[in-house]
Design a protein around this ligand. Structure first.
Ligand code: OKP
Ligand code: ZN
Length: 350
């Protein structure tokens, strides 16, 4: 399986994040990708393919240009305001307040373009996220050119980012950008399967009224788990997109049996859609040892996940999302990808 690695990921290196009233050590750190890189380099997977710059246009197919400009300049504005270290929002246009007027104040725009105070924005955030999207698009190119599969190793993750807001450590929605790019390249039906512990609210919202991109997600129940305000089972899409969104929320602490029961149901639904491309939002924070999540998957389950995904016999693009048990992420990602490869190698070409 070819791999595209976002070498610029470490430019986004927050020291701290806000959590329950305190600044605590950041969870979404460069070491996450470093451990995955080490595990991949020690494996049979590869080769590594260099990132190709596709420019800003494919990002603007999903994100508002004003939002992208904001992220690009935000940290410099923060410093100009007298802010120190990582930038955090403090005020949001919640119900009854207006979000259709872009305020001049940077503090206000920080709130307009974000969903939480737990996503530190640094001097290098734009570069890391921009090149993460480029790495994702490069991996997509490989699959569009006929590769059975490809994996993009990148951070920060993307699936919480909406068309015009960041949050949940995410700034550019790599899954949405690549799904849209695949549509623009002529693929008619694209499925995005999100197996991260957290619901991919950004990806869901971007495609909620569309029938050409089917979003499916298995995640911690938003009644108790981040992102809290989206991800319920009754969200099935709207308008032309009705029936093309599927959520499988599971209680925190759910067993592996419960997880695979939901996963197999999602795969049946996904298969019935007959997608021409499968994009997997691959978070491995479903791991039992994850510090901020509450499922129980481990190496054998990750391998089984990869095998089941290969059994769909679809061109498959894996994009890295979450996973915060830093030292175990490499092993867990490798288990998914190697499981996929062992099953895919026994198949006729797709
Ligand atoms: C991003 B992804 C823990 C707070 C958690 C946000 C979680 C974002 C997860 N101190 N806040 O889906 O893995
Ligand atoms: Zn997550």
């Amino acid at each position: 399986m070819k791999i595209v690695y976002n070498e610029r990921h470490a430019q986004h290196a927050a020291q701290k994040e806000f959590f329950r009233g305190q600044l605590v050590d950041a969870f979404e750190i460069p070491a996450r990708a470093d451990f995955v890189l080490q595990a991949l380099q020690a494996s049979e997977l590869g080769p590594f393919v260099p990132v190709v710059d596709h420019g800003r246009v494919p990002l603007e197919r999903v994100h508002a240009p004003a939002y992208l400009r904001f992220i690009e300049g935000a940290h410099a504005e923060w410093l100009a305001l007298g802010g120190q270290g990582e930038a955090f929002p403090a005020v949001w246009p919640i119900r009854s307040l207006r979000s259709d007027v872009e305020p001049k104040s940077f503090a206000a725009r920080m709130g307009l373009y974000s969903m939480d105070s737990g996503s530190p924005l640094t001097a290098g955030t734009w570069a890391a996220a921009y090149w993460g999207a480029q790495a994702s698009l490069t991996a997509l190119d490989l699959v569009l050119a006929g590769e059975r599969s490809a994996y993009c190793l990148t951070r920060p993750p993307g699936h919480h980012a909406g068309a015009d807001f960041f949050g949940g450590y995410c700034f550019i929605n790599n899954a949405a950008v690549t799904a849209q790019a695949a549509r623009d390249a002529g693929r008619q039906r694209v499925a995005i399967l999100d197996v991260d512990y957290h619901h991919g609210n950004g990806t869901q919202a971007i495609f909620y009224e569309r029938a050409d991109v089917f979003f499916l997600s298995i995640h911690g129940d938003p009644q108790t788990e981040y992102p809290f305000f989206l991800g319920h089972a009754d969200e099935r899409g709207a308008g032309a997109g009705e029936g093309f969104n599927a959520n499988y929320p599971l209680p925190a602490g759910a067993s592996n049996e419960q997880w695979f029961e939901a996963f197999e149901k999602a795969l049946v639904q996904l298969n019935a859609f007959a997608p021409e491309l499968l994009i997997v939002s691959l978070g491995v924070d479903t791991y039992g040892g994850d510090p901020i999540s509450h499922f129980r998957l481990d190496e054998p389950e990750f391998r089984r996940m990869g095998q089941s995904l290969a059994s769909l016999q679809l061109p498959t693009l894996f994009l890295q999302e979450g996973g915060y048990a830093t030292a175990a992420i490499g092993r867990n990602v490798l288990a998914v990808l190697a499981g996929f490869e062992t099953t895919a190698q026994g198949q006729p070409g797709v």
